[in-house]
Design a protein around this ligand. Structure first.
Ligand SMILES: Cc1cc2nc3c(=O)[nH]c(=O)nc-3n(C[C@H](O)[C@H](O)[C@H](O)COP(=O)(O)O)c2cc1C
Length: 329
């Protein structure tokens, strides 16, 4: 479970930092891993409106968005945007990153590609401003709404605080810690208390990725679906990306994961209820109900469509089986 914080204030001991840190601590206490991007001072260029992303699905600007942040957003189960109000919107630091997420918007709305985690990922807004006006957070909330939509996250929670100006003063607002505890609890409940299904292959570059994508599309957020490899490749196989993209499914910017790391990071306190293994000789997680699928090798790109079609059929019947089991259980 990854909770990703995007921190937009230039003040290192400011109010946005306070709110975000408290929120992430609560998520950590509930077993999540957390990561923070302080947007001030990052190497992110503003969008140049080259419109390449809307036609080809990538941004030609080479900076930390491409090397780091797009992948983190794709991996995040929860995206938390924390920003001060600057002239009735988010800070410029936050806005630069948000504008560069036009890449996700282009893939989603122009290229008609669906992120398989769209039914699962949650978005949270934390914002603070100095004045007391009724409409103080309207701009920030609208921006957050369209940002979360572009990154395929459901806008789940918004915590906003007025009349807070000095750095760190939000800590003294009555009830702020309770608000955060409750909001973090609700968000974590939505993503955490779900049965988990894991697909495992040797490299997590192709078959397990395709299976996880199909399963996520089929379960629509009701089950948590992950994939991992015994010896993961650096990147997903480009032919698997294309094969799924032809069916409107978007797995670009995801990365293969180590099974060992996945077990450490995701299953400290509970186990998946089902593992599906793509190789007969793997024994991935002792003590967990494991299915073995005998599938064609995919080293040769021409086999990817054959394997992909078999995987889709098997995933469909596995998912309807699991749903029947859940209903009867
Ligand atoms: C450039 C700038 C613009 C601001 N614009 C607004 C504004 O439009 N409305 C408002 O209520 N506060 C505004 N503020 C005040 C900040 O939102 C406020 O001090 C906030 O608590 C800062 O949060 P931080 O500590 O996370 O940076 C502005 C501050 C700066 C520096």
């Amino acid at each position: 479970m990854l909770v990703l914080g995007l921190q937009g204030s230039p003040r290192k001991k400011g109010n946005s930092v306070y709110l975000l840190n408290r929120f992430l601590e609560e998520c950590k206490d509930r077993g999540a891993r957390t990561e923070v991007i302080h947007m001030d001072g990052l190497d992110i260029q503003p969008c140049r409106e080259l419109v390449v992303c809307e036609k080809k699905g990538f941004c030609p600007l080479k900076d930390e968005m491409e090397s780091h942040i797009y992948g983190l957003i794709r991996r995040a189960d929860v995206v938390v945007l924390a920003s001060p109000v600057f002239f009735y919107n988010v800070s410029a630091q936050a806005k630069v990153l948000i504008d560069r997420c036009q890449m996700f918007w282009g893939r989603r709305y122009k290229m008609k590609l669906a992120d398989p985690d769209a039914g699962f990922r949650q978005g949270v807004l934390l914002a603070v401003g100095a004045s007391g006006g009724k409409r103080l957070f309207e701009g920030v909330e609208l921006t957050a709404h369209y940002f979360f939509d572009a990154v395929s996250a459901r806008f789940a929670q918004s915590l906003t605080y007025k009349k807070v100006e000095a750095a760190g003063a939000v800590a003294d607002v009555p009830g702020v810690d309770d608000d955060i505890r409750q909001a973090a609890g609700r968000v974590m409940d939505a993503v955490q208390n779900k049965p988990c299904l894991v697909f495992v292959s040797k490299n997590d570059a192709c078959r397990s990725q395709m299976a996880a994508a199909y399963a996520k599309m089929a379960v629509k957020g009701s089950i948590r679906v992950l994939s991992a490899g015994m010896d993961p490749a650096r990147d997903i196989h480009p032919a698997a990306l294309c094969f799924l993209a032809d069916q409107g499914i978007d797995i670009k910017y995801r990365q293969p994961r180590f099974l060992d790391t996945l077990i450490k990071e995701e299953f400290e306190n509970s186990l998946p209820f089902q593992v599906v293994c793509m190789e007969p000789d793997l024994l991935p997680i002792p003590g967990v109900n494991t299915l073995f699928w005998d599938l064609p090798e995919t080293q040769d790109a021409s086999n990817i469509a054959v394997a992909g079609n078999q995987i889709r059929t098997r995933v469909d019947s596995l998912v309807s089986d699991l749903q029947c089991r859940n209903q009867s259980g």
